[in-house]
Ligand binder design. Structure first.
Ligand code: CTP
Length: 394
């Protein structure tokens, strides 16, 4: 949340300028008060009136506009908790790094009393140019934070490093920089994705978990200020910004990683294989060979954590993916595994989908939730975890 935060958004002239409108909306949706300052060339890509309309305050473009009573750049720089430049172009980065202040945006950054955050976007050749990289290093040394760019499709039709970070991720990153998330100072360990149990060098036993829910939890927890470690099975998802990621393959590897760490909260969102093949063949198994698989139990990580825990920490959160009697089975797991919260869901609502329908099961109650996106559900789960951490409910 950014309630009460004052953010100046500085918009530069690049094709990604239109995305600055999304960033402004998202900042406001999270409670920030926003004012916009633009370069002249930004106005060729998106009209100042768009930002005036969104924020309810005239977008500042011209430092010399006689209607500004005082020094608008000093006023804006002093007002803002953060100046967020989005998109930051090569031109503006170069000027900022060398102290040029010949427009309203540059002068405002120069007068910033709070954080300065840059979200660059440009062609990959411009981003990789020595002068841009030198500007980035110099600005970083001066305490400027960079959000992106990321690798991906560019306006030119090519793909490469230079794409603007997604608007929501930029706002998440800004929340982290301002360090005012309700989970700041908390360490959260999240496990995500499937575990994979190898039979031989080419075959394995696995499951259909995509990791989306665990990654959404890691991303939202980091955006809310937590120090997040994400232990992930084999999935095709990018690491969320600000999250430390460790990749694992089997349940035993996951077990070793979890047991080697401590945290205020452990969220077991991984779909852990309950069994593994008794032996793993070094060579590919031939069809003339074994036809029966002998399986042995994997450790139940959540149950172990629950049994070993002394006192109220870490807060333990598990998932129950069921196909019938969803809440009843989830409550059984809550007790059996000694967890504080079980997120119960039906396989048909969850697997591989962007949305989910869940019930939050704790010792005290069951809270059924509506259908919502996985990031939105992640926030509801984290709200509950926040309450558990504060000892409000159990
Ligand atoms: N889990 C775990 N270690 C395992 C299996 C599961 O830590 N070996 C965790 C999962 O990450 C999840 C929760 O336990 O948070 C529930 O997993 P699930 O497989 O549904 O529970 P089981 O006890 O295996 O129950 P079932 O009889 O439904 O298989």
């Amino acid at each position: 949340m950014l309630r009460g935060k004052r953010i100046v958004v500085g918009v530069c002239g690049g094709i990604a300028a239109y995305k600055a409108a999304w960033v402004v909306r998202e900042l406001m949706r999270r409670g920030a008060e926003v004012r916009v300052v633009m370069t002249k060339s930004a106005g060729r890509f998106i009209a100042p009136i768009t930002f005036t309309g969104l924020t309810g305050t005239p977008a500042v473009v011209d430092l010399w506009n006689p209607s500004y009573a005082g020094e608008v750049h000093v006023e804006l720089g002093g007002w803002a908790d953060a100046v967020l430049v989005v998109p930051a172009t090569m031109n503006t980065m170069g000027k900022l790094a060398s102290g040029v202040t010949d427009d309203a945006l540059l002068a405002t950054v120069a007068c910033a009393r709070g954080e300065v955050v840059l979200a660059p976007a440009m062609h990959h050749l411009m981003w990789n140019r020595g002068s841009t990289q030198r500007a980035k290093d110099a600005l970083a040394q001066d305490g400027v934070t960079f959000l992106g760019p990321v690798d991906g499709p560019l306006a030119s039709g090519e793909s490469g490093m230079g794409r603007l970070m997604e608007p929501e991720a930029i706002v998440d990153g800004l929340e982290r920089v301002l360090g005012n998330g309700d989970l700041s100072g908390r360490s959260i360990l999240v496990t995500a994705g499937p575990t994979v149990e190898d039979l031989d060098p080419v075959r394995f036993l696995g499951n259909r978990s995509t990791g989306k829910m665990g990654f959404a939890l890691a991303e939202r927890a980091a955006a809310r200020g937590a120090e997040v470690t994400l232990i992930a099975g084999p999935v095709a998802l990018p690491t969320p910004p600000g999250v430390a990621r460790v990749d694992i393959r089997s349940a035993r590897e996951l077990h070793a990683e979890v047991k080697g760490r401590s945290a205020d909260v452990i969220i077991m969102a991984a779909a852990v294989a309950d069994y593994r093949p008794k032996t793993r063949a070094d060579q590919k198994i031939k069809k003339s060979g074994v036809r029966t698989l002998e399986l042995v139990r994997n450790p139940d990580i959540l149950a172990e954590l629950g049994a070993e825990r002394q006192g109220a920490r870490p807060v333990l959160v598990g998932f129950a993916l069921e196909t019938e009697k969803v809440v009843e089975h989830a409550r059984g797991k809550l007790t059996r595994k000694g967890a504080d919260l079980i997120v119960a869901n039906h396989a048909k609502d969850s697997f591989g989908k962007a949305t989910n329908v869940a019930t939050l099961v704790t010792a005290g109650d069951d809270v059924p939730l509506d259908v919502m996106s996985k990031p939105a559900l992640a926030d509801r789960i984290l709200d509950r975890i926040h309450a558990l951490l504060s000892g409000d409910s159990r």
